[in-house]
Design a protein around this ligand. Structure first.
Ligand SMILES: [Zn+2]
Length: 155
């Protein structure tokens, strides 16, 4: 069960920013410090909800005031799973080179360990799921083609 809290959804008209907080006084002080300008926190609504619902409501106001395109909001407060998947795809597409480089770096750094794990995996003793014979994992493919395994009849 999510923790329910009283949240205030507010707008700062000077910079067209939508935010939410459970402590309006503290948030106001933070904004003032960061922006170094006069910031009014106009309360749009007060709700008693969990964090997810808070973000959904916040997003509704971000849409109404278009505060991402024409204001100071940098990120969406709430996005659907579909949007998340789409964003991830776009991110991967945009950063392909970077991602490959990171993976490559990781591989090179941990090459020894990775190869060892791989070897251990293939060296592991397992039982054939058809005839029950025990062998190393790397032999199973060949083994399954053998006459003995193919014609095995459980008794
Ligand atoms: Zn077998």
């Amino acid at each position: 069960m999510e923790n329910l809290k009283k949240y205030y959804i507010y707008r700062i008209p000077q910079i067209n920013y939508i935010g939410s907080t459970s402590d309006i006084k503290r948030r106001k002080a933070q904004h003032k410090l960061k922006r170094k300008i006069k910031c009014d926190l106009n309360i749009l609504c007060a709700v008693f909800v969990g964090d997810k619902v808070r973000r959904v409501i916040e997003q509704k106001y971000i849409n109404i005031y278009d505060s991402i395109n024409q204001g100071a909001n940098k990120l969406k407060s709430y996005i659907t799973t579909e949007e998340k998947i789409k964003q991830k795809k776009i991110y991967v597409e945009k950063n392909k080179k970077k991602i490959v480089a990171v993976l490559r770096k990781y591989y090179l750094k941990n090459k020894h360990k990775i190869l060892e794990n791989k070897r251990a995996y293939w060296r592991e003793k397992i039982n054939c799921n058809n005839c029950g014979l025990e062998m190393c994992r790397d032999s199973i493919y060949k083994h399954k083609k053998t006459f003995r395994c193919k014609n095995y009849v459980a008794v």
